[in-house]
Design a binder for this molecule. Structure first.
Ligand code: NAI
Ligand code: MG
Length: 396
């Protein structure tokens, strides 16, 4: 039997994960679950939100389902640290970013596909004032370990760094007159190995699932070195190995406009870390938002994969006596896990059950019912997290 590491984390992460495991069990997925410690509680009590024992568990079992964690700014994090740890010079950093870096989970896939009948679907005005509901079916490949989220940054950079920056004529002319203590630098580093890996993953996905295009969504006309490298590499890879798939090139800013104008035109999209984050949230908004946005992140060499909804811990809903949040993003993330471990039939079965519930429209969490997220929404007709999971189970 398979062992799956569960990483519930904080806030609503715990409930969406519990409900998802109920769905997996009901669908007949045979697995043993072991829970890994991650999140705020472990930062406060141990000074580490991602303890070594959790890393060991993931390294051993390879496949994890992750709920969500709470992150707070540095100073606030320090304030909540247990008093006996305050002298240790600990600095808080996000455990989910840490997890991606530690295991080199460089491929992040975020699919955004319209659910028929979802009242949250994007609509637009068409010719003669008719209302159109374009069908979105996009797979976003986000480079997950490098770029602007790579963590190589300084405020008041040390001397060698500052001196090196001063050797760049543009740094010297544009920033050279600012006092060094007023300068903050965040780097955007791309490497060939991981750029090639994300671009190839995007093309392979397009071929496997019959998408006609791969769009590089960056900004190569301005960010010439990094975005430029990704686009050039995509041109080469397309020419060598993927003739039948079209390669498109959009700028992130223009893409954010076009995705509401004609989202149905796009297939696979590939981007660096930050632009991938942005464009995937943009597309997620067209198919129902955070209650529906799922993701897979994995390292193709080691086979380690972490599957998680893109939403956070939503602390304001975490303490409601009856949980109201939508578990679909977490359930769909589990479906991505099933696909990854070659349990496609089970994944299909659960996907169909989710789609049936959404299309039927009888059971809707508060977000789908377009209510504001108060504790009394269930009294007013919205489904609770548990009732939504029950409805999915009933369709299996
Ligand atoms: P969030 O994603 O937790 O919540 C934002 C809002 O989206 C919620 O207030 C709620 O209205 C809605 N929402 C989120 N998940 C939903 C669901 N499943 N069903 C229905 N509605 C849902 O983002 P927020 O409030 O900015 O951050 C809260 C905490 O989560 C922060 O500490 C943040 O650092 C952390 N976070 C963690 C992430 C992760 O674990 N991967 C990702 C994003 C934020
Ligand atoms: Mg994001």
């Amino acid at each position: 039997m398979r062992t799956i590491v569960t990483l519930p984390g904080d806030g609503i992460g715990k409930v969406v994960l519990d409900e998802t495991i109920r769905v997996l069990n009901a669908a007949g997925f045979e697995a043993e679950y072991v829970e890994g410690d991650i999140g705020w509680e472990f930062w406060c009590n141990e000074g580490n939100p991602l303890p070594q024992r959790t890393l060991d568990l993931i390294a051993e079992h390879k496949i994890s389902l992750f709920g969500a964690i709470t992150s707070k700014p540095k100073d606030e994090a320090f304030g909540e640290l247990s008093p006996d740890l305050k002298e240790k010079g600990l600095i808080y950093s996000s455990p989910i970013v840490g997890l991606r870096q530690h295991f080199g989970l460089d491929i992040c896939l975020r699919p955004c596909r319209t659910y028929t009948g979802n009242p949250l679907n994007f609509i637009r005005r068409g010719p003669n004032d008719c209302i159109e509901e374009p069908e979105v079916d996009v797979a976003i490949f986000r480079q997950n370990t490098e770029g602007l989220y790579g963590g190589v940054e300084w405020s008041n950079p040390p001397e060698q760094v500052y001196d090196a920056l001063m050797t760049h004529p543009k740094f010297k002319s544009n920033f050279g007159s600012a006092p060094v203590e007023d300068v903050s630098v965040s780097t955007r580093i791309f490497t060939k190995k991981y750029t090639e890996r994300i671009v190839r993953a995007a093309f392979e996905h397009a071929r496997k699932y019959g998408y006609k295009s791969v769009t590089v969504c960056e900004k190569p006309n301005v960010i010439r070195e990094t975005s430029g490298m990704m686009y050039k590499m995509a041109q080469q890879i397309q020419k060598e190995d993927f003739h039948s798939i079209e390669l498109w090139n959009t700028n992130i800013d223009a893409q954010m406009m076009w995705l509401t104008k004609n989202p149905e035109n796009y297939g696979v999209i590939v981007a660096g870390n930050m632009f991938g984050d942005i464009v995937s949230d943009g597309f997620a908004g067209l198919i129902g938002g955070l209650g529906f946005a799922c993701s897979a992140q994995y390292n193709p060499e080691t086979g380690i994969g972490v599957f998680e909804p893109t939403h956070g811990s939503a602390p304001k809903y975490a303490d409601y006596p009856v949980s109201i949040v939508n578990p679909i993003a977490m359930v769909e993330s589990a479906n991505m896990m099933l696909d990854f471990i070659n349990e496609q039939d089970l994944a299909k079965k659960i996907k169909k059950a989710v789609a049936d519930v959404v299309t039927e429209g009888k059971v809707r969490t508060y977000d789908m019912a377009k209510m504001s997220g108060r504790a009394d929404v269930v009294k007013n007709g919205a489904a609770s997290t548990t009732q939504m999971a029950d409805a999915i189970i009933a369709k299996l």
